[in-house]
Design a binder for this molecule. Structure first.
Ligand code: MN
Length: 201
């Protein structure tokens, strides 16, 4: 099987009180694990079983629901865990801070717009901050496990990813998605976001 569930770089309890231990255990150990297993089953004995996940997503037949849903789920959660940290929060720095200030009218305006993208996603999906070659930033959202790498979805590369599926917050926050989004900003790993911005700009 080509893909495996990544270990977290921090304990499941490390993001308390912002993201609770039980949610992390189920989200990583059950949901992400299932996307991984189902992706491996879906690409078995196809040309995709020797491709990196990015190539699978960028060349995806969007009619292939099993790979679209599980390949998206596998990649999106890999990214999400990297963008969280017990030492997170605060504001971006360096190049990403300058780009947000220049293009989005400052950090507060950016945070409002990104939060609205997460709030406005009806049902299950993700909010994104994407960067295009040349450094242009874009806030977007996608349904289900779609992501900006997939054909016809966007074209930029994700700098930030926010899971707004109910499984990401319902145990602790119930229907209060806005509170969960605020909590996300308290554990957001801006160092990783800045690295991604510099890699893909
Ligand atoms: Mn999720």
């Amino acid at each position: 099987m080509p893909f495996s569930l990544p270990e977290l770089k921090y304990p499941h309890s490390a993001l308390e009180p912002h993201i609770d231990t039980r949610t992390m255990e189920i989200h990583h150990g059950k949901h992400h694990a299932a996307y991984t297993t189902n992706l491996n089953n879906a690409i078995k004995d196809t040309p995709m079983d020797s491709m990196p996940i990015e190539e699978i997503l960028m060349t995806l037949d969007m009619g292939n629901a099993a790979v679209r849903n599980n390949g998206g789920g596998y990649y999106n959660h890999n990214l999400f865990w990297e963008l969280l940290s017990p030492n997170g929060g605060g504001e971006p720095s360096d190049e990403l801070a300058r780009a947000i200030n220049d293009q989005m009218g400052g950090f507060a305006a950016f945070k409002d717009k990104f939060s609205l993208a997460g709030m406005g996603r009806f049902g299950s999906g993700w909010a994104w901050l994407n960067v295009y070659p040349g450094g242009k930033l874009e806030i977007a959202s996608t349904p289900n496990q779609d992501n900006p790498l997939m054909p016809g979805v966007g074209g930029g590369m994700p700098v930030l990813a926010l899971d707004v599926w109910e499984h990401a917050y319902y145990l602790h926050y119930q229907n209060r998605r806005a509170d969960y989004i605020q909590a996300f900003f308290n554990v957001l790993n801006w160092d990783e976001a800045n690295r991604r911005f510099n890699r893909f700009k």
